[in-house]
Ligand binder design. Structure first.
Ligand SMILES: Cc1ncc(COP(=O)(O)O)c(C=O)c1O
Length: 406
């Protein structure tokens, strides 16, 4: 736990020492090597808390997928509880963490049955619903009189429609206004075996859309205006839903936001807690926000296996492409040596990736950062912990512990 001690050190600001230090600290290991730099991780955890300005942060576990990292961050001030992404995962986390909200609906019958068998897990885990359909699935697996009361939160859609631009945000919950959220809240309260405890509204079009475009100031202005209008419309909806639901049940939490939206989400006075995860490991997509600049805590190292011609080196692996709208920003970003570029016709390959621009030799290491924060854990058995160019141990990923949830 003390591995994540707060530190004033910012070694990543000197990349010409930082990345060679990461390479040297892991030189004895065979690639691919996943690395978490602990000063960077601690700095990110503290910076998210600073940005939250006193609002507690719930940790989005999908953006880590490393149990010991989750527990280490939760031990820090300002962090409380997990937003899990699968009920099986939530059941596992709840053996050690007392507040686990499932951020998405589930129809996993085996996991629902396990939850219903476990009184302690039922006290610790909150299910997410956006329709009576999900309540019906739970009742079909275990009827209300044969299970402990299950905690339920409602997922409010926070997307908006703007003229010309159309739909902005994610298509998840069908509850597109306060009245429909309140109607579902009434149904949860009416039905035996469920207890309404919270509301979540994730404003993806603010949190998940980068807003720093370098020289393209016109584009930046458009995005800023879209985010401003999103906040005005969607926050009013969330506030109205909270007001209505509070007449039905005493809400323990109102959750909103993500790493990319903290400054905006805290202006909604109905929000009692934020969610953040990606800003901890800091996939490179999170380099392009205006209000914060995360430290590159997570990286992975690949080995050069051949040099097809001068100035071109081929590493083993590399095609760790991120989810989301397909585009060049979903590729891993080579960060060391500096100025490496993909071959336009090959890009990041299934087992080999040629990179142009360095004076690399067979056996050398290249450092890359994934676009997203949690996904590399699906390819790595463990992250090696490095601080100040020295190895500090390792944390297994979910996958390394034999768990793959989505
Ligand atoms: C429900 C929900 N809340 C919050 C987030 C934000 O998480 P992060 O900070 O990892 O971007 C997400 C990300 O997809 C999400 O699905």
């Amino acid at each position: 736990m003390t591995l994540l001690a707060p530190s004033a050190a910012t070694p990543w600001l000197a990349p010409d020492r930082f990345w060679p230090g990461v390479i040297a600290a892991t030189a004895d290991l065979d690639a691919p090597v996943g690395v978490l730099e602990l000063d960077a991780l601690a700095w990110n955890a503290a910076d998210l808390v600073r940005r939250a300005g006193g609002t507690p942060i719930r940790l989005a576990s999908k953006s880590l997928r490393v149990r010991e990292a989750i527990e280490a961050v939760l031990a820090l001030p300002g962090w409380h509880g997990v937003l899990a992404y699968s009920l099986r995962e939530a059941l596992r986390l709840a053996t050690r963490i007392d507040d686990v909200v499932l951020g998405y609906p589930t129809v996993d019958r085996g996991a629902i049955a396990a939850l219903a068998r476990d009184e302690e897990a039922a006290r610790r885990i909150t299910l997410m619903v956006d329709s009576v359909d999900q309540l019906d699935v739970v009742d079909a697996v275990v009827p209300p009189d044969r299970r402990p009361e299950l905690r339920v939160a409602i997922d409010l859609d926070m997307s908006i429609d703007l003229p010309v631009l159309g739909h902005l945000g994610v298509r998840r919950s069908p509850l597109r206004d306060a009245a429909s959220a309140v109607a579902l809240g009434r149904e949860v309260a009416r039905r035996a075996g469920f207890r309404l405890v919270g509301l979540m509204g994730y404003e993806a079009q603010i949190a998940g859309v980068v807003d720093r475009y370098g020289a393209n100031l016109a584009h930046e202005r458009v995005i800023a205006e879209v985010k401003r209008r999103s906040a005005a419309q969607a926050f009013a909806r969330r506030e109205a839903a909270v007001a209505g639901l509070s007449e039905i049940a005493e809400l323990e939490f109102v959750n909103g936001g993500g790493t990319g939206s903290i400054e905006s989400t805290i202006t909604d006075s109905s929000v009692t807690e934020l969610t953040a995860g990606s800003g901890l490991f800091a996939g490179h997509l999170f380099d392009r926000y205006r209000t914060f600049r995360p430290a590159p805590a997570a990286s992975f190292l690949l080995s050069v296996v051949r040099t097809p011609q001068t100035g071109l080196a081929t590493v083993e692996g590399g095609g760790w492409i991120a989810s989301g709208p397909i585009g060049p920003d979903r590729r891993p970003l080579p960060v060391w040596p500096p100025r490496l570029a993909y071959e336009a016709r090959e890009q990041a390959g299934e087992v080999q990736t040629p990179l142009r621009g360095g004076a690399l030799r067979t056996g050398d290491r290249v450092v890359l950062r994934h676009a997203k924060s949690g996904e590399p854990a699906e390819r790595l058995a463990a992250y090696r912990l490095v601080r100040g160019g020295v190895r500090q141990g390792e944390w297994p990923t979910y996958r390394g512990e034999g768990m793959t949830f989505t």
